[in-house]
Design a protein around this ligand. Structure first.
Ligand SMILES: Cc1cc2nc3c(=O)[nH]c(=O)nc-3n(C[C@H](O)[C@H](O)[C@H](O)COP(=O)(O)O)c2cc1C
Length: 212
């Protein structure tokens, strides 16, 4: 049993979404999460999906041969997908940044979402995820404001985007949202944080003993 925790906040020990994920994982039955590998999408070792990768992605569709450089980057892309496939469960913690996810998380998603390698299409041309194989992914999301539908000027592209992508990849998605996280006094902030940590602990403790 192995869990991959993907951290999208660069704030390390000052991050609320990371603290919530930590509380979630610590409260979870060990049989449900097993060994937890932590992975920050801000790691400098993360592959950069740039020009050569973009050409490599479409070369086979266009009947073109990949250059040696494109072959190398494509084998790195496939290696990252294979790494993710080894895990039985994913936990993804992320703040909202400009109504969406931080660019570093989007950059990682651009690596792992690949036709044939992580999803395919059925006879009706619809996407069918193969990476997730029904495995669970827990999203733990924070944002400053409340996206409760009461204000037309506040549009949430963070939650629907992540739920869409990971469902598309074949995962079973659960979402925990903590909002609004901005409070004006230190006391209110501490209260909000404690209540949010308790919610995360309860969600973790509620996981069934084994994934799936
Ligand atoms: C660059 C940046 C952009 C942000 N954009 C939004 C936003 O569009 N909407 C929102 O409600 N909060 C926004 N926030 C606030 C964060 O989502 C919020 O503070 C969150 O709780 C931070 O989580 P973290 O401590 O895990 O990083 C933004 C924060 C940063 C640093």
């Amino acid at each position: 049993m192995k869990t991959l925790w993907v951290r999208a906040s660069p704030k390390e020990e000052h991050s609320l979404s990371s603290a919530l994920a930590e509380a979630f994982l610590q409260a979870a039955p060990s049989a449900a999460v097993g060994d937890v590998e932590r992975f920050s999408v801000w790691s400098e070792e993360m592959l950069v999906f740039g020009r050569e990768a973009a050409f490599a992605k479409f070369a086979p569709l266009y009947g073109e041969r990949r250059t040696p450089e494109q072959k190398q980057v494509w084998s790195d892309v496939l290696a990252e997908i294979d790494r993710v496939r080894q895990f039985d469960r994913l936990v993804i913690s992320s703040p909202m940044w400009n109504w969406h996810v931080p660019h570093a998380l989007k950059a990682w998603i651009d690596i792992i979402v690949q036709p044939m390698a992580s999803f395919t299409v059925n006879e009706r041309g619809e996407h069918v995820g193969t990476l997730g194989a029904g495995k669970p992914v827990q999203l733990i999301l924070t944002r400053s404001s409340a996206y409760d539908g009461n204000r037309a000027d506040l549009q949430d592209f963070q939650r629907p985007y992540l739920e869409y992508v990971f469902t598309m990849l074949g995962y079973t998605v659960e979402t925990l949202v903590v909002e609004p996280t901005t409070r004006w006094t230190a006391e209110e902030r501490a209260q909000m944080r404690e209540a949010a940590l308790e919610t995360a602990r309860r969600a973790g403790a509620g996981l069934a003993g084994g994934a799936g």
